[in-house]
Design a protein around this ligand. Structure first.
Ligand code: SAM
Length: 210
C-alpha cells in the first residue's frame, strides 16, 4: 500500500487497498469525518484550502465543496500515482493537485487560508517533521488555521485491534506528540479534540500579526 522512500516518506502506492482499509477502519463513516475536518478548520466560501498528503483526495473534494467555486481546494502529495489519479478523476475547476512533500511545498508564502494534514505526520521522516511544520506555517496566511489529525481509536476499538496489531501502535501516531513542535513553529491557540470517528484532531492558528 505504501513505498518507503527514506528521503521523502512513506508514500502511497496502492490507492484501492488504502480506500478499502480506510472504509473498514472508519466503519464507512469517512465522509462524516471529512465534514468534521472541514467544520473544525473553518473552511468557508471563497477561501483557499490546502490538504497536505492528500492521498486519494477525498478531503480535497470536501474542502472544495465548502470553499465553493470562488475558492480553491488544493491537494499535494509526493505520490505520482495519487496525483495522476486525482487529476484524472477530479475535473472540478476549483480543485488542483500538485506533487511534492510536506517538507518542501511547491506553493508561495501565505497562499492559503486553511491547511489540513490528516494521517500524514507519521509518514514524514522524523528528521523532516519540523521542516514540514515550518512549511505549513509559511504557506498559511497570517490569521489562517492549521488542522493536523491522526488515528486515535476509542477504547473498544483499541481492545479489538491490540491482539491483531500486536501492542498499541496508536501511541506512536498520537497527534498530540506534535503539540510542542507546533507551538515552537509559532502557532498559537492550540486545541485538541477527540473525534467520534477514531481520530484525534489538533488545530492551531497562525497569529494575524506576524
Ligand atoms: C495514510 S495516507 C493519508 C491520506 C489522506 N490524507 C487521508 O486522510 O486519507 C498518508 C499520505 O501521506 C503521503 N505522504 C508520505 N510522505 C509524505 C510527505 N513527506 N509529505 C506529504 N505527504 C506525504 C502519502 O503518500 C499518503 O498519501
Amino acid at each position: 500500500m505504501f513505498v518507503d522512500d527514506s528521503d521523502t516518506g512513506l508514500v502511497i502506492a496502492g490507492l484501492r487497498r488504502y480506500n478499502l482499509f480506510t472504509a473498514a477502519f472508519f466503519l464507512g463513516r469517512q465522509r462524516s469525518l471529512h465534514a468534521e475536518f472541514v467544520r473544525t478548520v473553518g473552511a468557508g466560501p471563497g477561501q483557499r484550502a490546502l490538504d497536505i498528503g492528500c492521498g486519494p483526495g477525498k478531503l480535497v473534494r470536501a474542502l472544495g465543496t465548502a470553499v465553493g467555486e470562488r475558492g480553491a481546494a488544493v491537494g499535494v502529495d509526493p505520490s505520482e500515482i495519487a496525483i495522476a489519479d486525482n487529476r484524472r478523476r477530479d475535473l472540478a475547476p476549483n480543485h488542483r493537485y500538485e506533487r511534492g512533500p510536506a517538507q518542501d511545498l511547491p506553493f508561495a508564502d501565505a497562499e492559503f487560508d486553511v491547511v489540513t494534514c490528516t494521517f500524514v505526520m507519521h509518514h514524514i521522516p522524523a528528521a523532516a517533521r519540523s521542516a514540514a511544520l515550518g512549511e505549513m506555517w509559511r504557506v498559511l496566511r497570517p490569521g489562517g488555521t492549521l488542522l493536523l489529525a491522526d488515528a486515535s481509536p476509542g477504547p473498544v476499538m483499541r481492545r479489538v485491534l491490540r491482539p491483531l496489531l500486536g501492542g498499541d501502535p496508536f501511541a506512536e501516531v498520537d497527534i498530540r506528540r506534535y503539540t510542542d513542535g507546533v507551538k515552537a513553529t509559532g502557532f498559537t491557540g492550540l486545541e485538541y479534540r477527540q473525534s467520534r470517528y477514531q481520530t484525534g484532531i489538533l488545530t492551531a492558528a497562525k497569529p494575524a500579526s506576524v
